[in-house]
Design a protein around this ligand. Structure first.
Ligand code: PEP
Ligand code: MN
Length: 337
């Protein structure tokens, strides 16, 4: 529920409303707007206090928020959120942002070679997994702490902020020491204790869409992070599981404008996991930009055939450079430099 205060409402009247809401077991959040203050009310079934709230001095109206997600929705927060990662801004009105790098950090040389190349091709952020969620327990599951050291070194050399995945609440503190953006992967998109744990850290979170998450479930996952007081969430569409097996997943590009209409949060697209095949990645990357995505997450490897994970979908350094060239033309045409 949103409580709308009158233009003339005094501080005492606002404080009185906040007190009233708290006394009934709900959490009020002040939402200063361009011309008037609103107070968001969080909790289960706040409509039960609506009549009493409307009668309080200074209150003009109290309207329900129709969606199950609250703070990530446009009803609650109409203005787009732009997430800042160092000098990089991600969101509506900001330049198109590209995060690129290997699926997994495999060695210092592999990471540094990739980081230097994607940087000179124009990437804005470096991605690379230190802890990898793998379907089989016998697959390569990442170098862990050593990979975090390599990521820190690559950032120091290239200046690119680092995006890396965290798998469990226990690892959040360690990963957050290096990560500029904490990635929550598709397999963990509904790991609610992990979402709360990353919400407790004051760092941006990149939240992948779950393997079979509806848009509403995905936004409710984002709500878990934001509800802990961390509004810096970047959503990432990475394809969903459908009956189609010719591609690794089915890229739901319509989710980009849909989520932009439902939520103020930025949306990236990951054409690598969405397709699973490197020859499909450039077309889907360009399509994502045309659909209004705020940026991309792309897997790149110096020798994809030797990659320890996701080689078939990883672009070579040269292919990534060509993609960035194509993107520059498209983005120029879209007037989103
Ligand atoms: C990844 O980014 O390497 C990854 C594991 O992605 P997802 O969680 O989307 O499968
Ligand atoms: Mn991967």
């Amino acid at each position: 529920m949103l409580i709308l205060m009158g233009h003339q409402a005094t501080r005492d009247q606002v404080d009185n409303v906040l007190r009233h809401v708290r006394e009934h077991g709900f959490e009020p959040i002040e939402l200063p707007g361009a011309d008037r203050l609103a107070i968001g009310v969080l909790g289960s079934n706040p409509a039960q206090i609506r009549d009493a709230v409307i009668a309080l001095p200074g209150v003009v109206d109290a309207v329900p928020v129709s969606k199950p997600y609250k703070q990530v929705g446009r009803e609650w927060h109409p203005e787009p959120t732009v997430v800042r990662v160092g000098e990089v801004r991600i969101g509506t009105g900001a330049p198109f942002a590209v995060a690129a790098g290997p699926c997994a950090v495999e060695s210092r040389d592999q990471l540094l070679a990739t980081a230097r190349a994607v940087r000179s091709s124009g990437a804005h952020l470096l991605r690379g997994g230190a802890y990898k969620p793998r379907t089989s327990p016998y697959s390569f599951r990442g170098l862990g702490a050593v990979a975090l050291e390599h990521l820190a070194e690559a950032r120091a050399e290239t200046g690119l902020p680092v995006v890396t995945e965290v798998l469990t609440p226990l690892d959040v503190e360690q990963v957050a020491e290096v990560a500029d953006v904490l990635q929550v992967g598709a397999r963990n998109a509904q790991n609610f204790s992990l979402l709360e744990a990353v919400g407790d850290v004051g760092k941006p979170v990149l939240l992948k869409r779950g393997l079979s998450s509806t848009v509403e479930e995905w936004l409710l996952s984002a709500e878990y992070v934001v509800s802990r007081g961390n509004p810096q969430v970047i959503l990432c569409e990475r394809g969903i599981r459908t009956f189609e097996t010719a591609t690794r997943n089915t890229l739901d590009l319509s989710a980009v404008p849909l989520v932009h209409s439902l939520s103020h949060l930025p949306v990236l697209v990951d054409p690598s996991h969405a397709t699973g095949q490197r020859h499909l990645v450039p077309a889907m990357a360009l399509a994502a930009a045309a659909a209004g995505a705020d940026g991309l997450l792309v897997e790149v490897h110096p020798r994809p055939d030797e990659a320890l994970s996701d080689g078939p979908q990883s672009l070579t350094l040269e292919q990534f450079s060509e993609l960035m060239e194509g993107l520059r033309h498209l983005i120029g045409a879209l007037a989103r430099a």
